[in-house]
Design a protein around this ligand. Structure first.
Ligand code: G6P
Length: 610
């Protein structure tokens, strides 16, 4: 995720762009940049700064830049570390075409090789840089024509704002699976990733759709598809205030992040699944693939929600990749004496990439020369830099303190890793194909679960006065029970415990009475019958039960108070679906009890102290 802004109109004050960009900072904040066309010098000037937008602002205060059109950009790194060179706007060899991009160009490597053969010089590690060079290749004086021709060869996602010093009266926009809109002002247009950037300027917007290219001049605009057919678009009136707009209309970041999981999981999977060959392509670990072929054990180390994702990973890796796997809390791992050898891979899972305990454990493993891998969301973070190899989540920034979309992204990456390691070993082609195919359907199934939030809200209404909650599950959904309980306690401050359902009889069942509800996660899987026995035991003691099960499971209705249904998928992937109603449940419970769901008391997003 990144934020982009483009302006063309009768003003030359770049502050318009800077102010708009500031409101997109939640979309990414590791570096920021801008470019502006100066009509007197007939040149484009660019300024970039590593860090938050304020660093760019400080730099801009020292130079007197004016002009039009201009572009602004805030980065959430995907390809290439956090450096000035990797920050947008990117340009071509002649510094003619300048653009900002939100999205991922999947075939950038192939395009880059071809462009290098044709003599183009690249200076960054990004996927984006191929775009200005490709546009340069087709440029013959008309910017939109070159953009259209270039985009025919581009695979991936993009929201683009583009200017050219040789066709300077235009701002060209293009969109494919990444948000982009045009704010319509008086003799001016302000394009941006979302309405929050334009809302103080204008409330009239046009949302671009996939495959559309917009050409804007100071006085008019038109929108076409890639085949040059004109498209008439509806003008929308924004009726939100600024704060709501930053959350895309959602009342909280947590709800926004829960709702964007189909997209974030898609981003985690994009370009990484080869269904026909039943393989996972994970560029970030390819350089250690020979070492990985020989490993006999995996140690997973993480904290909080990432630890629960790791627990699911343990089940996946053992069952499908056939590799003995151990998982530990980073705060424990760092102080015990783990037995490490050359045949053990140590996998660190961290959304922020900065968690102090995980980082300390990682450093300890490195000191002992163990192989270290990462699953990290924040590009260029400490854990990402310190690990020998790894996989980025590409889930976009997570602002809500309680992790939601990072968790489902971590599970998706762990499934990819299982496929990767499994196919290096005994996993058959057919099994590989099956996992890859089911995994590719997950974003669509997640969307289906999210289509029914009101059902979960109604449950929260019913149970909001409860002071205690138990979450139980088995096998793949045991960690989901732990995560469901964690979400509820951190967001609504209700006392909640997560348990392996088989452990109930060893203590927790003593707590059960009619005021102590249990949420039982029991999809139709290999341990379903066992779960039913545990549900009966709770029922016999008068405990109310909410069952979360697979759609079409009608039998359970007569056994429990309430049922939540999720679609059917492969057993190892069920946690990605079953956790979603639990996230929503925690969210609505928190809201109904008047809690600050985005910033729960006593918690922090990135725990950089021990
Ligand atoms: C904090 C956050 C959690 C997160 C945990 C681990 O407690 O509030 O949401 O799961 O840290 O963070 P990491 O960034 O390493 O995944």
């Amino acid at each position: 995720m990144c934020g982009i802004v483009g302006y063309i109109g009768n003003k030359t004050d770049i502050k318009i762009g800077l102010e708009a960009l500031k409101r997109l900072e939640y979309r990414g904040y590791d570096s920021a940049g801008m470019a502006v066309y100066n009509p007197e010098q007939k040149e484009v000037s660019a300024v970039k700064a590593v860090g938050k937008i304020v660093n760019l602002e400080k730099k801009l205060a020292k130079v007197d830049l004016k002009g039009v059109p201009f572009l602004f950009y805030t980065r959430w790194a995907t390809h290439g570390g956090v450096t000035k060179l990797n920050c947008h706007p990117h340009t071509d060899c002649k510094k003619n075409i300048w653009l900002v991009h939100n999205g991922i160009i999947e075939n950038y490597q192939t395009l880059k090789e071809k462009l290098i053969q044709r003599g183009h010089k690249f200076i960054s590690e990004t996927d984006t840089e191929v775009l200005p060079h490709l546009i340069e290749h087709y440029f013959q004086g008309n910017l939109e024509e070159a953009v259209r021709k270039a985009l025919r060869f581009v695979r991936g996602t993009y929201a683009l704002a583009i200017i050219s010093k040789e066709d300077p009266e235009k701002l060209v926009l293009a969109r494919n699976s990444a948000p982009l809109l045009i704010g319509l002002g008086e003799k001016e247009y302000l394009a941006a990733s979302d309405p929050s950037a334009v809302i103080t300027h204008t409330k009239k917007v046009i949302y671009l759709d996939d495959g559309e290219v917009a050409v804007l001049t100071p006085s008019q605009f038109f929108i076409q598809d890639l085949n040059q057919h004109r498209i008439q678009k509806e003008v929308n009136e924004i009726d939100w205030d600024l704060e709501e707009a930053q959350k895309s209309g959602y009342p909280h970041f947590m709800l926004k992040e829960i709702m964007e999981q189909p997209e974030s999981i898609n981003n985690s999977l994009r370009g990484r699944l080869i269904i026909d060959s039943g393989l996972a392509k994970l560029g970030g670990i390819e350089m250690v693939q020979d070492k990985l072929k020989n490993i006999k054990k995996v140690n997973i180390v993480a904290c909080g929600t990432s630890y629960y994702a790791g627990l699911v990973g343990e089940y996946m890796l053992e069952e499908y990749a056939g590799i003995p796997t151990e998982i530990d809390l980073a705060s424990e791992f760092r102080y015990r004496k783990p037995i490490l050898d050359k045949k053990t891979a140590n996998l660190f899972i961290s959304q922020s990439g900065e968690t102090a305990d995980s980082l300390a454990a990682l450093k300890e493993v490195k000191r002992k020369e163990g192989l270290t891998l990462g699953i990290v969301n924040v590009v260029g973070s400490s854990i990402a830099r310190e690990t020998e190899a790894g996989v980025y989540n590409h889930a976009g920034p997570e602002i809500g303190v309680a992790s939601t979309k990072a968790f489902t992204s971590q599970l998706s990456i762990l499934a990819l890793l299982t496929l990767f390691l499994g196919r290096q070993r005994e996993m058959s082609l057919v099994m590989g194909q099956r996992i890859a195919k089911e995994l590719s359907k997950i974003p669509e199934l997640v969307k289906k679960v999210l289509d029914e939030p009101m059902q979960v809200k109604a449950l929260a209404e019913k149970y909001k006065k409860c002071d205690h909650f138990l979450f139980i599950g088995r096998k793949y959904n045991y960690p989901v029970a732990l995560e469901g309980a964690l979400k509820l306690k951190e967001i609504s401050y209700i006392h909640a415990e997560g348990y392996g359902a088989g452990e109930m009889k060893h203590g927790p069942i003593a707590l059960i009475d009619k005021k102590f509800p249990t949420l039982a996660i029991c999809p139709l899987d290999s341990v379903y019958e066992k779960m039913i026995s545990n549900i009966q035991e709770i029922k016999a003691r008068g405990g109310p039960i909410i069952a979360l099960t697979t759609e079409n499971n009608k039998d359970i209705k007569n056994m429990v108070e309430d049922v939540i249904y999720v679609p059917k998928t492969l057993e190892m992937l069920t946690p990605i679906l079953s956790v979603i109603p639990l996230q929503l449940f925690a969210y609505y419970m928190g809201v109904l009890r008047g809690c600050d769901v985005d910033k729960p008391r006593n918690l922090a997003k990135s725990v950089t102290v021990e």
